[in-house]
Design a protein around this ligand. Structure first.
Ligand code: CP
Ligand code: NVA
Length: 306
């Protein structure tokens, strides 16, 4: 089988997503029933973190152990990556010893270079440009609560960042629409997302207009990892891009609220929304593990049955 990497959401087809969502539901049901499922026995996942993480680390690490495999956790500080060993050499070495690699890093070019020199599949655990595993979990969570996302409207309120880029790719592939509202200067760059547009997304100056009639309202931190130097400027620019009860009120009455977490209550979202009845953020976080187990199974074993 040819190596498949998962570096951006557009690396899989709509048909493959349908398969992975179905497998994720089955693997989740096994987990809930305490049923042993060890398709990745003797397989090893290397996880390389160049940025902090709670969910990504725990979901990949726990998920891999639950599937019978093991993990190696690496950071920039405790590897030669922090002492300028080329990423290409690191990829050649690590991929001779493990079966799968997950990387969280800065520029997308870095993960692309790693993948180009890897003998094993590489998964994007977040870059400045994309966060495909998170959107995989978010769409699975939407399906669990509301059924198919095709034809639905997702309102994105806030930064035109890695999450926003990935939502655009998902909309184009899976047939839904993203309503984007970002402060000026923080718009999504269509060329980074690599989408044709504008059929799958619409841009709104006012976040109220973006949320009107939406099936899902979602946001993210004002300052992503790696952009901390812009913190003060962002605080000012994003002040009106906070998901509160007024914004949720113009969305559909059954609209869901999502946030990839970590969240800052009182900044991008008010506590009454994230801790309120429309919020599914804890399901989203848990589902990271279930969908990533299905993703790892697919990348290593293809379409397995049972
Ligand atoms: N949502 C997410 O990726 O969380 P972590 O940064 O904690 O991994
Ligand atoms: N956009 C955020 C997501 C964190 C999971 C960041 O890149 O820091």
């Amino acid at each position: 089988m040819a190596i498949r990497h998962y570096l951006q959401f557009s690396d899989l087809t709509a048909d493959e997503y349908a398969w992975i969502f179905q497998r994720a539901a089955l693997i989740k049901a096994k987990f809930k029933a305490y049923e042993k499922y060890h398709p990745l026995a003797d397989r090893t996942l290397a996880m390389i973190f160049e940025k902090a993480s709670t969910r990504t680390r725990v979901s990949f690490e726990a998920g891999m152990y639950q599937m019978g495999g093991s993990v190696v956790h690496l950071t920039t500080g405790d590897t030669q990556l922090g002492r300028a060993e080329p990423i290409e050499d690191t990829a050649r070495v690590i991929s001779r010893m493990v079966d799968l690699v997950m990387i969280r890093t800065f520029g997308q070019d870095k993960i692309e270079r790693f993948a180009a020199h890897s003998r094993v599949p590489v998964i994007n655990g977040l870059t400045n440009e994309f966060h495909p595993c998170q959107i995989l979990a978010d769409i699975f969570t939407f399906i669990e609560h509301r059924g198919s996302i095709a034809g639905k409207v997702v309102a994105w309120v806030g930064d035109g960042n890695n999450m926003a880029n990935t939502w655009l790719q998902a909309a184009e592939l899976l047939g839904f629409t993203v309503h984007l509202s970002t402060p000026s200067g923080y718009e999504v760059d269509q060329s980074v997302a690599g989408v044709r547009g504008p059929a799958s997304y619409k841009v709104f100056k006012d976040p109220q207009d973006a949320c009107r009639g939406a099936d899902l309202v979602t946001t993210d931190v004002w300052t992503s990892m790696g952009y901390e130097a812009e913190n003060e400027a962002r605080r000012k620019a994003f002040a009106d891009w906070c998901v509160d009860a007024d914004l949720m009120a113009v969305a559909r009455p059954d609209a869901l609220f999502m946030h990839c977490l970590p969240a800052h209550r009182g900044e991008e979202v008010e506590a009454e929304v994230i801790d309120g009845p429309q919020s599914v953020v804890w399901d989203e976080a848990e589902n990271r593990m279930h969908v990533q187990k299905a993703l790892m199974e697919f990348l290593l074993l293809g379409r397995v049955q049972g």
